[in-house]
Each structure stands twice: as structure tokens, then as C-alpha cells.
Design a protein around this ligand. Structure first.
Ligand SMILES: [Mn+2]
Length: 273
């Protein structure tokens, strides 16, 4: 039995958009995941206030799958809310959404919520201060649940706020290293930003709370230049023991993407993980 579990990211919303996320009927996706040996599904929820927890819980639990994290980037892409928005009301709504995301995560029996694009693009000089302030407010509001916030370094084309592992470390240190902020390491973003993404992964070991897998071109693992044996070997060596979740462009289709990802990763995880 491997320690690492394989997951896939899934977009929960009606409108079609963000190409890196999945747009396919839930039940069909869950059946395919079960068949291909996945253990979990990450839910990226555009509007947590309208999310039907019961329906999702039943469909997911009926198949013996888990929800490793709740992710949040679609709230920014759909409504424009962000943790660093210059408009106080938009920032307040973003924080309110995060509090609700934490409650939803708790209902799925997981304690982790992602801060990716919902932190905003970082265009204003006050952005880092606003991010610290917003995160402090979310930590306070979710203290009773013990929610862990997974802050994800993203590549420079998506945000100016925290693009590398070293910038993540600097940021959490500036907040006094709260135990409930951990890093989400995304192989696609780090292949773009770091001199060497493998070394960067090793350097993230003390902070690592979650991992996204996509190849160097954001296609399925196995369709680009990343050395997956090396990535999984490092995760094992640094003692990471949670989900590795595929978040790749569904090309040529979602089903093809998860088939390739499973064919690439499962043998390595079974051998090493
Ligand atoms: Mn990601």
C-alpha cells in the first residue's frame, strides 16, 4: 500500500472557463477516477455559498474516494474576489468565501484549503501587506476548525505575489511562521520559476502541505519534460505522505489526460511511494 495517494483537480461550476481544470459531469468523472486507481478529487469551488455539499459528499463517498483539499481560484476567476483587492468590500467577500471554504473542507473530513489565484495578481504596492492581513483574518475565523491554508507559489504570468519557494518562505517568516500556513508545491509553476524545480522541492520540505502535478507545459504528467521518477523519489525522501493531485490541461480530453497521468504516475508511486 503506497503512502502517496493520487488525486485530480475538478472545477465545480456551471460556466466553462479555466482550461487547466475539468469540465465534465461529476458522476462520470468519479467512475473514471475509481477505474484508473485515483484515491481522491480536489474540488475547486467557484461559489461556496451555493455549493451542494450533500450531493458531492454522497457521490464521492459512495465510491470510496476522498477530498484532499478544497481549492478556491475559481472565486477569483468567476467573481473577481481576491485577498488583496484594493476595494475593501471585494476583499471582505473573499475572506468570507474562505471561511465558508474551510467549513466545506471540514464537512469532507479534510482540513486544507488552497490559496492560489484567489490571492490576486499583486499589482498594488500594498498587496503583500493586504495578503498578510487577509490571511491573519482567515486564520482567526477558522481557528476552531484548525484549517490549514495552503499557499501556492504561482508563475509570474499569473501573479506578482509569491512566485518561488524562497518567496513563500520569506512570506511565512514575515508572519511569524504560523503552523496553519503550509506550502502547495505545483510542479508546473516551479518548472517555470525555479532554476531547478527538484532542488526547490527538496527545499520546501519543512513547509510542504500539498502537491499539484502537471508537466512542464501544464499537460498531463508524462507529456512534457519533468522527470516524474525524480519528483516522486524526492517526495518519498523528504517524508511527504499526503496526496499528489493532477491539475493539468484536459488535452485532448479529460479522460485522455487522466489516463496518461495514471499510466505515468501509478507505476512510480507503486514502486516508490
Ligand atoms: Mn496548482
Amino acid at each position: 500500500m503506497s503512502i502517496l495517494k493520487l488525486g485530480v483537480a475538478y472545477a465545480v461550476r456551471e460556466e466553462v472557463g479555466f482550461e487547466a481544470l475539468v469540465e465534465a459531469p461529476l458522476e462520470k468523472v468519479l467512475d473514471m477516477l475509481t477505474e484508473l486507481g485515483f484515491s481522491g478529487i480536489e474540488l475547486n469551488i467557484a461559489n461556496p455559498m451555493k455549493f451542494d455539499v450533500k450531493r458531492y459528499r454522497k457521490a464521492i463517498e459512495d465510491r470510496g474516494l476522498q477530498v484532499p483539499v478544497i481549492s478556491t481560484g475559481l472565486s477569483y476567476l468567476t467573481y473577481g474576489y481576491s485577498l488583496t483587492h484594493s476595494d475593501n468590500e471585494m476583499r471582505r467577500r473573499s475572506i468570507e468565501f474562505f471561511t465558508k471554504y474551510a467549513e466545506i473542507a471540514h464537512e469532507f473530513g479534510c482540513d486544507r484549503v488552497v490559496i492560489g489565484l484567489a490571492r490576486g495578481r499583486g499589482d498594488s504596492p500594498q498587496a503583500l501587506d493586504m495578503l498578510r492581513d487577509s490571511i491573519a483574518k482567515i486564520l482567526e475565523a477558522t481557528e476552531g476548525l484548525g484549517t490549514i491554508l495552503l499557499l501556492e507559489p504561482l508563475n509570474r504570468y499569473e501573479t506578482k505575489l509569491i512566485n518561488k519557494v524562497s518567496q513563500f518562505v520569506e512570506f511565512v517568516k514575515s508572519m511569524g511562521c504560523p503552523k496553519r500556513i503550509r506550502m502547495l508545491f505545483d510542479t508546473f509553476h516551479m518548472a517555470l520559476e525555479e532554476r531547478d524545480p527538484y532542488t526547490a522541492l527538496i527545499q520546501s520540505r519543512d513547509y510542504l502541505g500539498y502537491v499539484h502535478l502537471a508537466d512542464s507545459n501544464r499537460l498531463a504528467p508524462g507529456m512534457g519534460m519533468i522527470d516524474w521518477l525524480k519528483i516522486i523519489a524526492i517526495l518519498k525522501a523528504i517524508g511527504y505522505n499526503y496526496f499528489v493531485t493532477v491539475e493539468a490541461i484536459p488535452h485532448p480530453s479529460f479522460e485522455d489526460m487522466i489516463r496518461v497521468a495514471s499510466a505515468t504516475l501509478r507505476p512510480i508511486i507503486e514502486m516508490l511511494g
